[in-house]
Design a binder for this molecule. Structure first.
Ligand code: TXA
Ligand code: MG
Length: 317
């Protein structure tokens, strides 16, 4: 079973020996390995049972590392990095020779991110290489936002979990690529489109599901608990599923109904950042509760509400 602690030197030792370590970030926990070593990176795919066509994000210590691991970087990417790093933003840029094929699934581009969590920043500073890290969950399941979430699912396949407490943002990074120098959003996430557009002007959004996505975070079914999830007006959903024990995920409202067995109110004050922070823990708890199905509200389609709706839709697909 993995040990859980806050010892970055111990974590660094494992990583230097081509081992896996779960790391905290401000978005979700990642399952990290030396991004420059294919022998280390292959262990990530094995531990997560992740298909090899799904490329990994490379986490870097400093903005200048962009020029080491990326080439021909569009001007808009530099401006976004300068404004939002460290933070919940992944930039897809042409990759340099240093990045192995396995990390990018053979694609000519690499996803780069400088995460904002202080423990992981210190760890990255200690290491002579960047860290490839997908979210630390089995492929297709809900991402972990605490060390305990990681331990529950991957504890028997990794030696160490660096415990940075509950994640501040709670949904994965926003993924931005470039088409002719123009920013394109591939995954909505912890940095809102509104914030990005302040820097780049209007952006294209390409979240469409397909069987061969640019980013498998675009897969229609992803981030999914084991129980059926339905999204919409809670009262209507309750009447469509009579006599079933329902777990409710709502923004700020409490519902009364004999079929409701448990409720997760993500932000009693009605704040989207707080709701995003609590979303994945609520999905996990609902999944292991006595509820037979999970009913979730539609969130306001703005700011972090878009990332919440996106994850709920994929959880329900
Ligand atoms: O917040 C996050 O992004 C977290 C933390 C740990 O940093 N990581 C994360 O990784 O969510 P993962 O692997 O669960 O999701 C990363 C997504 C995948 O859907 C992958 O396909 C996409 O990023 N991606 C990575 N490299 C890419 C590339 N070169 N081109 C297109 N998509 C890429
Ligand atoms: Mg993931």
């Amino acid at each position: 079973m993995a040990s859980i602690g806050t010892d970055i030197h111990f974590a660094a030792q494992w990583l230097q020996k081509a081992g896996l370590v779960a790391i905290p970030t401000e978005t979700v926990y990642g399952l990290a390995a030396n991004a420059l070593d294919e022998k280390a990176v292959v262990k990530i795919f094995e531990a997560k049972k992740r298909p090899f066509f799904d490329p990994l994000i490379v986490h870097i210590a400093r903005n200048e590392d962009m020029d080491k691991y990326g080439v021909d970087i569009p001007e808009a990417a530099y401006r976004l990095a300068e404004t939002f790093w460290p933070g919940p933003l992944t930039l897809i840029v042409p990759r340099s020779q240093l990045i192995p094929d396995l990390v990018t699934s053979g694609q000519p581009t690499v996803g780069l991110r400088r995460p904002a969590h202080p423990l992981t920043q210190e760890l990255l500073q200690l290491l002579p290489f960047p860290l490839a890290a997908p979210s630390a969950n089995p492929f297709g399941y809900v991402s972990p936002t605490t060390a305990q979430h990681v331990a529950a699912q991957l504890g028997d396949v990794i030696p160490y979990i660096l415990d940075g407490g509950p994640c501040e943002v709670g949904v994965e990074s926003t993924i931005v690529g470039f088409d002719g120098g123009q920013a394109v959003i591939y995954r909505v996430g912890g940095l809102s489109i509104e914030e990005i557009e302040k820097i780049t002007g209007p952006v294209q959004v390409q979240l469409n599901q397909s069987s061969n996505p640019v980013a498998p975070g675009q897969l229609k079914s992803h981030y999914a608990p084991g129980k059926p999830v339905y999204i919409g007006n809670i009262e209507e959903l309750l009447s469509q599923h009579p006599d079933r024990k329902a777990g409710i995920i709502s923004f700020s409202r409490r519902y009364e109904h004999p079929c409701i067995c448990q409720q997760w109110i993500l932000s009693p004050q009605g704040r989207l950042d707080e709701a995003a922070r609590h979303l994945f823990a609520a999905l996990r708890e609902a999944d292991s509760s006595g509820a037979e199905l999970i009913l979730a509200e539609n969130f306001p389609d703005e700011g972090l509400g878009r990332a919440i709706n996106d994850r709920l839709r994929r959880a329900s697909a």
